[in-house]
Design a protein around this ligand. Structure first.
Ligand SMILES: NC(=O)c1ccc[n+]([C@@H]2O[C@H](COP(=O)([O-])OP(=O)(O)OC[C@H]3O[C@@H](n4cnc5c(N)ncnc54)[C@H](OP(=O)(O)O)[C@@H]3O)[C@@H](O)[C@H]2O)c1
Length: 252
């Protein structure tokens, strides 16, 4: 019977950073509950993690939809007494200037990146606070620390997510839950329709997954609140010495 004491919930686990986190956490001995909308991809991640001997469950959850969280999401957690961790990762990016971004795109970004984070935290925090050593890692973005030109909706969503998670950190800290916000620069994933391998000067999903696993495994007394992170080979982003404000889309 899985009571959740060794279980981490990873949202957006079907590909990219969430997949990397699931594989690295599974390799390190954590049991997993994996959420995303693409069930075939979730099954592929789950079967690899089961080869590490882990207990893994998947759930088709659309984090932007409260009903989906309250039905499929709740069912996937229903047998647990507590949760060891949450990787709050599901997110989308559409980069457009204010005049080009449509109201639909704005709402889609906000409902996934902000509402989705809020719904997931509402569902998971009671189980996390039942654990004696729980960890939340929120995959936010460098766009929550630096507002880039040409992406007002994405930056607004990530600043919103960062504010939400920081407020929650203050709520849950007295109950022993550690909260870490990752602010990565570019990661070589499917983000914004890219193909992994196309941005080799960036962090890989495995890099970020390893970092998340390292945070989980830090001694209990260490609280890492925020972590800006980028590849040392990257020359793009607010944390880079060679940051280029008007980098072209091809360069990005
Ligand atoms: N790549 C970067 O350069 C970068 C940099 C900084 C921060 N980030 C952040 O990292 C996170 C992961 O992005 P990524 O780079 O790994 O992109 P990705 O390869 O496109 O993966 C995104 C993941 O989020 C899931 N997702 C998207 N919308 C969802 C929804 N409504 N409900 C449930 N799951 C949903 C996707 O699963 P389904 O489509 O199967 O639902 C997928 O598993 C995002 O929050 C992003 O903002 C990325």
């Amino acid at each position: 019977m899985n009571d959740g004491s060794n279980t981490v919930l990873v949202t957006g686990a079907s590909r990219g950073i969430g997949r990397g986190a699931a594989l690295e956490l599974g390799r390190a001995g954590f049991d997993l509950i994996l959420w995303a909308r693409s069930v075939d991809d979730l099954n592929e991640v789950a079967s690899t993690c089961r080869e590490f001997g882990r207990h893994v469950e998947i759930a088709a959850v659309d984090v932007s939809n409260y009903d989906s969280i309250m039905t499929a999401g709740a069912a996937s957690l229903s047998s647990l007494k507590s949760l060891r961790g949450l990787v709050l990762n599901a997110g989308i990016g559409i980069w457009n200037s204010l005049d080009a971004v449509s109201v639909d795109e704005w709402q889609k970004i906000m409902s996934t990146n902000v509402d989705g984070a809020f719904y997931t935290l509402k569902m998971a925090v009671p189980l996390l606070t039942n654990h004696s050593f729980a960890q939340i890692v929120a995959v936010v973005s460098d766009s929550a620390a630096y507002s880039y030109a040409n992406r007002p909706a994405y930056c607004a969503s990530k600043w919103g997510m960062r504010g939400l998670v920081e407020a929650v950190r203050r709520d849950v800290r007295p109950r022993g839950v550690r909260v870490t916000q990752l602010l990565p620069s570019r990661v070589d994933t499917h983000f914004r329709g890219k193909t992994p391998g196309a941005r080799r000067d960036s962090l890989s999903a495995t890099d970020v997954g390893s970092l998340i696993t390292m945070i989980f495994n830090l001694p209990k007394r260490i609280e890492v609140r925020e972590l800006p992170v980028s590849a040392i080979t990257s020359s793009y982003g607010p944390f880079e010495e060679l940051y280029v404000e008007n980098a072209t889309e091809a360069f990005q």
